[in-house]
Design a protein around this ligand. Structure first.
Ligand code: VGL
Ligand code: ZN
Length: 238
């Protein structure tokens, strides 16, 4: 496929961007096909303004996601779904505060405010997400002693959620990732998608990040390194 960024940069510098024909534009935009799926990550009340782990401007992803979802026949959503007293909660570690980092048997763990507890209103998907054709909701993070940012593999690096097998059984090959938060669940999902061999796009303006201790810049660097394609919602033909 053409490298859109290079082409667009070239066009801008030669000042012809304003007269690009709709035909050329259509040829450059990305058209989701039957082998494509949109993964909508963790658009849940806890991560929206007013929530216990609110992501700045988290609500702004909702209209963007609703718009691009119209271009997909295949949509999978995820839902962070923790037990009470989950190991990722600062409250489970006496003397520790949210956003501190601790060592757990499976590696470093950022500690969070209590969030997305199973069965609570905070754990519900946003009522403003409107994607009736969504075919699967994958819940993750429900093992009390293991976190799971990724929709594919838990933080122990081995326990699977079943998503890879599902997508492969459905013959889906190109994944477009959107939602919350860019630097945690979106990035870890996109990185695991690459590991599993999927062509992977992250739709930047359909995501927002938490950005603690340099996490957002690191996430984009790791994703670029892994061959994740960074695109904007306007790049997708709906
Ligand atoms: C997330 C922190 C903790 C996310 C989930 O959805 O990005 N971040 N749990
Ligand atoms: Zn969580």
């Amino acid at each position: 496929m053409l490298d859109r960024r290079q082409i667009l940069t070239g066009l801008a510098t030669t000042a012809v961007a304003g007269i690009i024909s709709s035909k050329v534009w259509a040829a450059m935009s990305i058209k989701p096909d039957d082998a494509s799926a949109l993964l909508v990550i963790d658009v849940q009340n806890c991560f929206l303004p007013g929530g216990s782990l609110a992501v700045k401007e988290g609500d702004q992803v909702v209209p963007v996601i609703n718009r691009i979802a119209k271009g997909f026949t295949n949509v999978v959503m995820t839902q962070d779904w923790h037990t009470e007293g989950h190991v990722s909660f600062a409250s489970a570690h006496p003397g520790k505060k949210p956003f501190e980092i601790i060592d757990l048997p499976y590696g470093k763990q950022v500690l969070w405010p209590d969030h997305c507890v199973q069965g609570t209103d905070g754990a519900l998907l946003s009522k403003d997400i409107s994607i009736p054709q969504a075919e699967l909701v994958i819940r993750k993070g429900f093992h009390k002693d293991v976190d799971s940012y990724s929709a594919f593999t838990e933080a122990d690096g081995k326990t699977t959620t079943g998503l890879e097998a599902y997508l492969k059984a459905r013959k889906l090959k190109r994944l477009f990732v959107a939602g919350l938060a860019t630097d945690f669940c979106v990035a870890w999902t996109a990185l695991d998608a690459r590991k599993a061999g999927f062509e992977t796009y992250v739709v930047e303006d359909a995501c927002r990040g938490i950005d603690t201790q340099g996490s957002l810049a690191k996430a984009w660097a790791d994703m670029a390194q892994a061959g994740v394609k960074r695109i904007q919602s306007a790049d997708i033909a709906v």
